[in-house]
Design a protein around this ligand. Structure first.
Ligand code: XMP
Length: 189
């Protein structure tokens, strides 16, 4: 048995993902040409996306990390917790590009953006791998996004369910039996 057995269907293959990232990386390269900026990868979910994305942006950038979790249990949205911030000099006066795995209700990016502006960032923009507009509760639009997804809980390419599936190289929907109460342990970041 492997993780692949738990997947009902693949939404974005590895090849499609990399083509989408190429497109967004080209947009980012045009936008930030001649300007200093820092990519802030939101852990844990965006680490796979961020590492593919930055290697396709051939202009100077810096990299920082921030850890947040918004899923208390299973697949339902919980309170936002920011567990780890970049240092003060990585934030103050900087142009920050927040990179996240998925924009869902919008609470995570909205909360993080507000916190970074409060801590003195010059500008905060956002770039998401997936955008799920059907579930938005906060009026927030990503400045850059690779793909729009339907209202489904998805895993793979950094996205987890109960801490697993981040290492799948594609994005897929889980089989419904995986969501049975006996499987629930809580997902994060
Ligand atoms: P919000 O609702 O704050 O959510 O925009 C952003 C965070 O919630 C997690 N999330 C998901 N994780 N599959 C996942 O594995 C999903 O379909 C999903 N929807 C939201 C994710 O951690 C994201 O950063």
């Amino acid at each position: 048995m492997t993780l692949h057995n738990d997947i009902e269907r693949v939404l974005y293959s590895e090849k499609e993902i990399l083509a989408g990232i190429d497109r967004v990386a080209a947009e980012l390269t045009r936008t930030y040409q001649g300007r200093d900026f820092t990519v802030v990868s939101i852990l844990k979910g965006s680490c796979v996306f961020a590492s593919d994305l930055i290697r396709r942006i051939p202009i100077p950038l810096e990299l920082a990390f921030l850890a947040a979790s918004s899923y208390g249990e299973g697949t339902t949205s919980g309170e936002l917790e920011i567990n780890f911030f970049p240092s003060g000099n990585e934030i103050e006066g900087r142009n920050l590009l927040l990179v996240d795995d998925i924009l869902d209700t919008g609470r995570t990016l909205h909360g993080i953006k507000g916190e970074l502006m409060k801590r003195g960032a010059r500008e905060v923009r956002s770039c998401v791998f997936l955008d799920k507009p059907a579930r938005r509760t906060v009026p927030l639009t990503a400045d850059f996004r690779c793909f729009e997804v339907e209202n489904l809980f998805v895993v793979g390419y950094g996205l987890d369910y109960a801490g697993r599936y981040r290492n799948l190289p594609y994005v897929g929907a889980l089989k419904s039996e995986i969501f049975a109460p006996s499987h629930r342990a809580g997902a994060s970041g």
